[in-house]
Design a protein around this ligand. Structure first.
Ligand SMILES: Nc1nc2c(ncn2[C@@H]2O[C@H](COP(=O)(O)OP(=O)(O)O)[C@@H](O)[C@H]2O)c(=O)[nH]1
Ligand SMILES: Nc1ncnc2c1ncn2[C@@H]1O[C@H](COP(=O)(O)OP(=O)(O)O)[C@@H](O)[C@H]1O
Length: 221
């Protein structure tokens, strides 16, 4: 028999949450985009941050869904108007996070998911140390990373090799991340990511109605 849901006194409103920023970073090809997409499919109350980028669109990508594809001039104008929460040059292209949608989602009590590089992760941690949860995704082996990046075949061989060459440097950031997932089995990695999300949502300081809930509970006892 379940013992919850007892209604001996006035039903109380469930404590509400404060949204946070969940950052996924990894060397290119480790699987963060696939994990991010799937997480958004299976979880609610979390929205993706859609970045602006000057990189060209892949055939598999949709403008306004995967990225906002912009010209370098549009990008610099946004940046100079202070509309970006963070930005970085990654492999010769500019990437940045539009500020307003993130602020609106957080204010509404939902979480925001970021697929950004270590430079972006560092900027967000600096701007809001208590509201950022960083997860670093590693490939299970060098061979797996090479295979994933090459078989995805969304870039030219030169670009793929450039990304592989940059991987050791990108991986250097791993120690600045609170969580690390070695993305070997995809379903296991997804389950781990969901566990992180769930635990972080339960953090005391994110449950904004707890103080009054506890006070009332104590008063009624
Ligand atoms: N700092 C920062 N990095 C970003 C942003 N958007 C994407 N990135 C990162 O830029 C890198 C290249 O992204 P992309 O060209 O989509 O390649 P992929 O992640 O390998 O599929 C990845 O590490 C992304 O996480 C952003 O808004 N800011
Ligand atoms: N756990 C996994 N096992 C095998 N292949 C994977 C796994 N995770 C992702 N992939 C594949 O590896 C390739 C790179 O993944 P992607 O999510 O695009 O990486 P990233 O966004 O980190 O560059 C994709 O083809 C994806 O389907």
């Amino acid at each position: 028999m379940h013992e919850h849901g007892e209604t001996g006194s006035t039903p109380q409103e469930a404590p509400q949450r404060k949204g946070f920023m969940l950052v996924l970073s990894s060397p290119s090809g480790a699987g963060k985009t696939s994990l991010a997409r799937k997480l958004l499919e299976v979880e609610s109350d979390i929205a993706p941050s859609i970045s602006v980028t000057t990189r060209s669109r892949r055939p598999t990508e949709t403008d306004g869904v995967d990225y906002w594809f912009v010209t370098p001039e549009q990008f610099t104008a946004m940046r100079d108007r202070g509309e970006l929460l963070e930005w970085a040059n990654v492999f010769g292209n500019l990437y940045g996070t539009p500020k307003m949608p993130v602020e609106q989602t957080l204010e509404a009590g939902s979480d925001v998911l970021f697929d950004i590089d270590w430079q972006g992760g560092a900027q967000l941690r600096k701007a809001a140390p208590h509201d950022v949860v960083c997860v670093f995704i590693l490939p299970p082996s060098a061979e797996a990373l090479r295979h994933r990046l090459r078989s995805r075949a969304t870039e030219s061989p030169e670009v793929i090799e450039k990304r592989l060459a940059g991987a050791p440097h990108e991986i250097d950031a791993w120690q600045d991340y609170q969580y690390v997932i070695v993305n070997d089995d995809f379903d296991q990695s997804l389950a781990n990511l969901r566990a992180i999300l769930r635990a972080e949502r339960l953090r005391r300081e994110r449950q904004t109605r707890l103080p009054e809930f506890v006070a009332q509970l104590q008063q009624e006892l």
